[in-house]
Design a protein around this ligand. Structure first.
Ligand code: AMP
Ligand code: TRP
Length: 347
């Protein structure tokens, strides 16, 4: 890991990331985020670098969530983390609302961040849509809470998919403005970590749209809980073009759907896109799609099986989250305390 951009003070490396329990997990979440979380957990095992992974339930409620669904989705997300290889003995796993320090630092950041910064966020523009007046205040302030999630741990590295880059950059802006306004060198300049062949997995129905848990069409995404038949059928019906696959990356330039399927294949098989194309170049989709379906089923079904098993004992999941929250609070509380001191608040 590279050091966080220097601010004068050296911050020791620490990894934080989060996912919203606002629906089921998709293949995009898995390849863009969770697999990276696991890699960073395992790579940093011997170095003492903490890896902290959160279910950001307070972000989820910036748009309406049915309460029973929120509870279930939070547990299912925790099950997805664990089934994918995150280990509560190696990483801190918890849900955001159990660690009040996130919202508390979030308030300070609401007072540091500027309206104009928030207005420029593409996720805000996409999610608020045409009727911004009707969006929740929480949806607008969302990136300030995200900055607090990260900075309440002084996290230096944040593994995310491509779509979150702008939010991590805003986190740096908030850290820099806080440091500047109070004449301190307190918050680090956090780096996004965006790696792998699938940092932006696209919809199976439309190669110009991100694969998303909130897409109205279930055929557009592979859910981590889909069974083998559903996975195979979605891949079979995925939109493609009539041409054979190229042997080189350049040949994918104007073919977003083809590129997406090849990227997914590369990510799932731990190969580069070049390696995959060296193998499958010249094949028709009628031949490539079943290969991809077999690979996806082989990689995903052990995970969905384990998720289902874990979901049978929700109390155990809740106990893991409570323990994780206690560990997280131990790191967050002194950082918040110091931030309050810096601002001049009496405690
Ligand atoms: P969200 O589901 O919006 O909370 O996203 C959680 C994490 O998954 C973030 O790091 C996202 O960047 C990542 N992610 C979500 N959708 C995709 C996608 N289609 N491709 C790659 N990464 C994604
Ligand atoms: N905004 C992220 C997403 O939609 C989720 C998130 C909230 C997050 N807080 C975070 C990601 C802190 C990384 C770090 O995907």
């Amino acid at each position: 890991m590279t050091d966080a951009a220097p601010t004068g003070t050296q911050f020791s490396p620490r990894v934080f990331s989060g996912i919203q329990p606002s629906g089921g997990l998709t293949l995009g979440n898995y390849l863009g985020a969770i697999r990276r979380f696991v890699d960073m957990q395992n790579a940093n095992q011997d170095s003492g670098i903490e890896t902290i992974y959160c279910m950001v339930d307070q972000h989820a409620i910036t748009v309406w969530q049915n309460p029973a669904d929120l509870t279930r989705n939070t547990r299912e997300l925790a099950a997805g983390y664990i089934a994918s290889g995150l280990d509560p003995a190696k990483s801190i796993l918890f849900n955001q609302s159990q660690v009040a320090e996130h919202a508390q630092l979030g308030w300070l950041f609401n007072c540091v961040a500027r309206m104009g910064w928030m207005q420029r966020m593409t996720q805000w523009k996409d999610k608020a849509g045409k009727n911004q007046q009707n969006a929740s205040l929480g949806l607008f302030a969302y990136p300030a809470l995200m900055a607090a999630d990260i900075l309440v741990y002084h996290a230096t590295h944040v593994p995310v998919g491509e779509d979150q880059k702008q939010h991590v950059e805003l986190t740096r802006d908030i850290a820099a403005k806080f440091n500047h306004d109070f004449g301190v060198d307190f918050f680090p300049m956090t780096e996004p970590v965006i790696e792998g062949a699938a940092t932006r997995v696209m919809s199976l129905r439309d190669g110009s749209k991100k694969m998303s848990k909130s897409d109205p069409s279930d055929m557009s995404r592979i859910n981590m809980t889909d069974d083998a038949e559903a996975i195979a059928s979605k891949i079979r019906k995925a939109r493609t073009d009539p041409d054979a696959l190229p042997s080189e990356v350049d040949g994918l330039a104007e073919r977003p759907e083809a590129r997406n399927l090849v990227n997914i294949y590369a990510a799932l098989s731990d190969q580069t896109v070049d390696q995959v194309l060296a193998d499958v170049g010249g094949k028709q989709f009628s031949e490539f799609k079943p290969m991809l379906a077999d690979l996806a089923v082989a990689k995903l079904s052990p995970i969905s099986g384990e998720m289902a098993r874990l979901m049978e004992t929700p109390d155990e999941i809740d106990a893991i989250l409570r323990k994780g929250a206690d560990q997280a609070r131990e790191i967050a509380a002194p950082v918040l305390k110091k931030a309050y001191d810096i601002v001049g608040m009496i405690r």
